[in-house]
Write a protein that binds this ligand. Sequence first.
Ligand code: NI
Length: 212
Amino acid sequence: MRQDTAMVLNNSHGIIAHCIFLERNMILPIYTYGNPVLRKEAQDIDASYPELQTLIANMYETLKESDGIGLAAPQIGLDIRLVIIDLDVLSEDLPEYKDYRHAFINPYILEYDEDSKKETMEEGCLSLPGIHESVTRPTRIHVKYLDENFQEHDEWVEGYLARVMQHEFDHLGGKMFIDRISPMRRQLIRGKLKNLLLGKFRCAYRTRLPRK
Ligand code: NI
């Protein structure tokens, strides 16, 4: 059994059925810093993954509820390569992202455009409530992924989307943005990270703390 909310059954045919996400539009708790799933290497999935469309719908619902712009499956406790990004909320300032909502299955960053300028921006993460730090990343990346219809895409991405993809795809490799800040900044947020482990934080969405 994976977690008490996510029962995994292995039936006699060897088919694994995840018995979570059977209800539509379920808001899922966000796994916060310290949950081991956030540090695991996530696995590729295929079209036979059970209830995938419902899972994606639930992730959109969860993202909306928490006012986020991206959510990776490990953040809801699943170690699979699945990410959703919703940039529509930014479209007042960035009109090119009007209605931009996409799911990314088995995404990978193939290369970083090392000639593109690097940019430093403040990032936050639903799994790290209350922590915002400057992160420097390349502005242009080459990615491949499957969309929610399992169509293959291979493209160069830039700008804000490239930033969000790098943040979200990092989650699939067990990385968080705090791994990409300076050792000095990391030292300065040690107390905040400790408080996250202890559940001493406030946020407006449902979370799941690591087990003691
Ligand atoms: Ni994040």
